[in-house]
Design a protein around this ligand. Structure first.
Ligand SMILES: [Zn+2]
Length: 257
């Protein structure tokens, strides 16, 4: 059956309106609604390219996988729709991590990493025949990164602030070494008290379409900080603070008129 042209255009406009409204609505719990916010957790690096090499001669990827899995578990228990970008044995590119999260239409993206420092603050040593690195002065704490190139920068920044605040509650100050005016650092500190930095070029933050944040949970080349993040109970503490930050973030969305 053919509709008159005027009716067809009305239908088209209504369909377009419905689609744009749907695109604006985050899949989060609203007053009386049941949709759980969809959170994608991204364990940084891969088994083949393991990231920073720490004081225990273990690559960063192992720490990332353990913490990411605890965070997904804690988020799921809290009622969120949480998933990982990759399995521990899987190799995927930075671009794929963003693509996967965009395809899942995630409400929030959090990449999990563990930190190192510039070579001038490190010394190489051998541990049970394996290469390892340790700091020559204490460099410890967490940091949180956002990218101004993320299309949802304001929301990303809001979540980064909440995550920084929650992480601070664990009693560890943020590490400020990424703001040092040296090669490889010089990152802009947006909130020194809670460790929020701006790092525009991070691929997983600028190619994701949803609010996106990267957490460096601790410094694995520092003997004291590595001992902290390597502890299963501390990993659970960090996961709990991530959940608290996600809860607070989602609450601000739900409260929006
Ligand atoms: Zn990393």
């Amino acid at each position: 059956m053919a509709y008159p042209a005027s009716l067809r255009s009305w239908q088209g406009m209504l369909a377009a309106l419905a689609m744009s409204v749907a695109a604006c609505l985050p899949a989060v719990a609203t007053a009386g609604g049941n949709a759980a916010a969809r959170i994608v957790i991204d364990p940084g690096h891969t088994p083949a390219q393991g990231g920073a090499l720490g004081v225990r001669a273990i690559h960063e990827v192992r720490y990332n996988d353990r913490l990411a899995s605890q965070v997904v578990q804690a988020l799921t228990q809290a009622g969120f729709d949480a998933s990982l970008t990759r399995r521990p044995d899987e190799k995927i590119s930075l671009e794929e991590r963003a693509r996967i999260s965009n395809a899942r239409r995630a409400d929030l993206f959090l990449s999990i990493h563990h930190d190192s420092a510039q070579l001038q603050y490190l010394e190489k040593f051998t541990l049970a025949g394996q290469e390892a690195y340790r700091t020559t002065r204490p460099i410890a704490g967490y940091s949180v990164f956002v990218s101004k190139r993320n299309p949802r920068f304001t929301q990303s920044h809001a979540f980064a602030q909440l995550l920084g605040e929650e992480m601070r509650k664990l009693g560890r100050p943020p590490t400020l070494h990424h703001a040092e005016p040296i090669a490889g650092e010089s990152r802009e500190l947006l909130a020194p008290a809670i460790g929020v930095y701006r790092f525009d070029d991070l691929v997983v933050l600028r190619q994701t379409e949803m609010p996106a944040v990267l957490l460096e949970a601790g410094v694995i080349v520092d003997p004291v900080d590595e001992a902290y993040v390597n502890d299963h109970h501390h990993q659970a503490d960090i996961a709990r603070e991530v959940v608290a930050a996600v809860r607070r973030y989602v609450a601000t969305l739900s409260a929006r008129p």
